[in-house]
Design a protein around this ligand. Structure first.
Ligand SMILES: [Zn+2]
Ligand SMILES: [Zn+2]
Length: 339
């Protein structure tokens, strides 16, 4: 079997290695497609070397087919098409005991803290699996993980049908949030500085704005001076936070999606004055994955426009380069095509 290893200092090496049969409670998958995201790129850049143990097999967005099952696995049989929820929680911490295992205090993120999907054969605990509906192809199903992020974000935002939402940042997650919010009946505007990305989002039929073109005036005009009911901060920038806060209507909700690894200034006076709410939204719960697969099957997610590039597992490093170049939206690695 082939596996792609991150070896530090930006290097990816694809090697032919010996596989192993699934242990009790494990399911063996033939990996079909793996999506590469911004987090993977951060890892490759060495930003997360303190957390990732080398050599590391990355990949937390995937789809695949069951090929074998270990002892104590009755729920799955070879041929089942599945996606993996890449979260492994402790079950005993205060978050887990409250039913919030997705934000477990000792969360192990599969594909970052432990080996991920960038290999042709992958053994995973049976509890991580979610079934792919029969109306959905494996290529599109590989978008389940980032789509589940968007489903979770929209759910946390409490956006209701007919409400207006501003999405600050039009990368893959921003575009997915905009699509999920639209499917929920929201009226959506995406703010994105990159003209190529704006063009792609326009093509899909979503409304976009260049934040350099007086975003405040555009929002004012669009909402007749009221402001938006919900804003999603997906940019990770201080300017993005300011735009997301300033655009909100009275009692508006700001859903914080981006990872702000350093403290970012927030104008708390605006929270006081308009009685705003700030909610964090991190990863997803099991139900978000099921809803993501349902939305992907329903055609509500523009998968064809989102998946801009597909490379083989042998060329895995090319997937990272394409993403880094900034032209790609979602790059998939075809793990079944290589061996
Ligand atoms: Zn990701
Ligand atoms: Zn826990």
């Amino acid at each position: 079997m082939l596996a792609a290893y991150y070896e530090g200092q930006g290097r990816i090496a694809v090697r032919d290695v010996e596989g192993r049969p699934p242990a009790p409670g494990e399911v063996q998958l033939k990996v079909a497609f793996v999506g590469i995201c911004g987090t993977d790129l951060h890892i490759l850049d060495g930003d997360m070397d303190a957390r990732v143990s080398l050599p590391a097999i990355l990949g937390h967005e995937m789809s695949g087919t069951v090929t074998a099952v270990g002892d104590d696995v009755d729920e799955w049989v070879p041929g089942d098409e599945v996606v993996v929820v890449p979260l492994d929680w402790c079950g005993t911490c205060p978050a887990c005991l409250r039913g919030l295992s997705h934000i477990c205090y000792r969360l192990n993120f599969i594909g970052i803290d432990s080996p991920g999907a960038l290999q042709s054969t992958w053994n995973v605990p049976k509890r991580t699996l979610v079934r792919v509906p029969s109306n959905l192809g494996l290529k599109e199903a590989a978008l389940a993980e980032p789509t589940a992020v968007a489903v979770h974000d929209v759910r946390r935002s409490e956006l209701r049908s007919g409400q207006k939402a501003l999405v600050v940042g039009g990368g893959p997650i921003g575009l997915l949030i905009a699509s999920v919010a639209t499917a929920a009946g929201g009226d959506v505007l995406v703010s994105e500085p990159n003209s190529q990305r704006r063009q792609l989002i326009d093509q899909i039929g979503l409304r976009t704005v260049d934040p350099a073109d007086n975003l405040a005036a555009v929002v004012d005009d669009w909402t007749q001076g009221a402001g938006v009911d919900v804003s999603f901060e997906v940019s990770g920038s201080a300017g993005g936070v300011e735009a997301a806060v300033t655009s909100l209507a009275a009692r508006g909700r700001l859903a914080l999606v981006a990872i702000h690894s350093r403290p970012t200034p927030v104008d708390l006076f605006k929270f006081f004055w308009r009685e705003l709410t700030l909610v964090g939204a991190r990863v997803y719960e099991q139900g978000d994955f099921e809803e993501a697969l349902r939305l992907l099957g329903s055609g509500a997610i523009p998968t064809k426009d989102l998946i801009t590039d597909v490379v083989t597992l042998s060329d895995a490093s090319d997937a990272f380069e394409r993403l880094r170049a900034g032209h790609a939206m979602k790059v998939l690695v075809d793990c079944g095509d290589s061996k």
